[in-house]
Design a binder for this molecule. Structure first.
Ligand SMILES: CC(=O)Nc1cnc2ccccc2c1
Length: 446
């Protein structure tokens, strides 16, 4: 039934709303809290960014994959107290299944690797670009979604895999004009933590939890860090020693503490020497405080940072050799990274590196009078079959309007279909940058 609200005012006649006018509730045209629309101008920047993600993935021989943004909640239930867990965008669907909007891509990738099982020959080099979600109390006004580029190598236990991933991110930075004086990578290994924790016989199963706590260094007061570490089962002396080790910034110093026989040192030495060979030593530095906030990393970890220290981490990743086995798969070595679409744009703004991208069209085609609309459509089709972009004017419009639109859409050429020319099998062409105008046979139009 038409709900009719009497708007009162007692107006009658022309000004009164039509009787039983639909109750038009103006909907909120903004996107849901914490999410973004991508109108053309913003979409051009995003497409430019994703094109560079894809190009680098192609240069490194990676294959693109994708999976649903909706996953079983179980994929992300980890008991290490991660922030990403507290903010899981999860719900019960109409089939009473516990589901979640993915907060990251790695668990889905792990699921797909196990599903593909033996059929996919190792090593796998897969990449994905996907929207990830978190449900945050809007008090912090932070975004609830962002897009991540992930690259992962499955089946390579050597740190050559991590070196290759770092090389791919550095290749990306170089492509978009970011240099080693703008950003760097802090590199460490969780095996450093592991060796310290083992020396204090901290139980293995609190390893992930300790890493998540350590990742908060610099984000919450050190007193809270110590309290949480105590709760995680560490003694006072273990905590003091661990915090001391985490402040080490050189491999030599680390070797003094850990000795030179542990895996942490050999992995890191190998990685830094590979960096030399790849030619990107200036981009990376050892920093024992880097652990990353995801529980499943087991070895090398790294994060890209802006050297001015104004922004949050640009990207991050590392080795996660146990993740597949926790999902019931074979114990497959794996490493990868995630690169978000938000911080990088802030960095590009800071550095004046945002690309100028405008909408372009090669041709605008217009019929000079109504019954030549079909002819204009034919001209547009011919050009499109020659792989030329055409904005076809779809209604009869005054020339003034056509020129205005041509300028707005940045058309290179205006093709006018007029009766006299058309009867001679010709159209008139105007090069809008030079103003040059000429008639040409349709069959010779290129
Ligand atoms: C800077 C930024 O927007 N970060 C961000 C935004 N949304 C997310 C959504 C899920 C997981 C991590 C996220 C991280």
């Amino acid at each position: 039934a038409q709900s009719h609200t009497d708007r009162g005012g007692g107006r009658t006649g022309a000004l009164a709303p039509p009787p039983f006018a639909d109750e038009v509730q103006k909907i909120d045209v903004n996107p849901p809290k914490g999410t973004r629309d991508f109108p053309p101008e913003d979409m051009r920047l995003r497409s430019w960014l994703f094109h560079n993600f894809r190009e680098v993935s192609r240069l490194f021989g990676f294959e693109e994959i994708d999976f649903p943004v909706l996953e079983s909640e179980a994929l992300f239930i980890r008991k290490a107290g991660e922030e990403i867990r507290d903010q899981l965008y999860c719900f019960e669907d109409r089939g009473n299944r516990r589901v979640a909007l993915r907060p990251e891509l790695t668990p889905s990738l792990a699921r797909l690797v196990i599903q593909k099982g033996k059929s996919a020959p190792l090593p796998l080099k897969w990449f994905a670009i996907g929207q990830c979600w978190r449900y945050e109390r809007m008090t912090r006004g932070r975004r609830r979604e962002h897009y991540q580029w992930n690259m992962d190598i499955i089946g390579v236990p050597e740190v050559t895999a991590e070196a290759e991933l770092l090389s791919s991110i550095i290749t990306f930075f170089k492509r978009i004009g970011v240099t080693a004086s703008d950003v760097g990578f802090k590199v460490s290994s969780r095996k450093v933590l592991q060796e310290v924790l083992r020396s204090y016989s901290v139980p293995e199963d609190s390893f992930g939890r300790v890493c998540v706590i350590i990742d908060k260094i610099g984000k919450i007061p050190v007193e809270d860090i110590k309290k949480d570490l105590k709760l995680a089962g560490m003694s006072k002396v273990a905590i003091e020693d661990l915090l001391q080790v985490l402040s080490i910034k050189s491999l030599e110093k680390l070797e003094e503490i850990l000795g030179d026989s542990g895996e942490a040192i050999s992995d890191l030495r190998q990685l830094f020497s590979l960096a030399e060979k790849f030619g990107y030593s200036e981009w990376i530095q050892f920093d024992a405080s880097v652990v990353r906030g995801l529980a499943y990393y087991t070895g090398i970890v790294f994060e890209g940072f802006d050297r001015e220290g104004k922004l949050r981490a640009i990207c991050g990743g590392g080795r996660y050799d146990k993740l597949l086995s926790t999902f019931g798969g074979d114990d497959l070595p794996a490493c990868g990274f995630g690169f978000g679409d938000a911080v990088i744009v802030e960095l590009l703004k800071e550095k004046g590196l945002l690309p100028k991208l405008d909408h372009q069209v090669e041709n605008i085609v217009c019929a000079l009078d109504g019954d030549l609309q079909g002819a204009a459509a034919a001209v547009a089709t011919i050009l499109r079959e020659k792989n030329q972009s055409v904005d076809l004017v779809l209604e009869s419009k005054p020339l003034k309007w056509v020129f205005k639109r041509a300028a707005r859409i940045n058309a290179q050429r205006l093709i006018l279909v007029g009766l006299d020319e058309w009867q001679k099998g010709m159209v008139s062409v105007k090069i809008l940058s030079s103003g040059e105008q000429y008639e040409v046979k349709l069959v010779e139009l290129e």
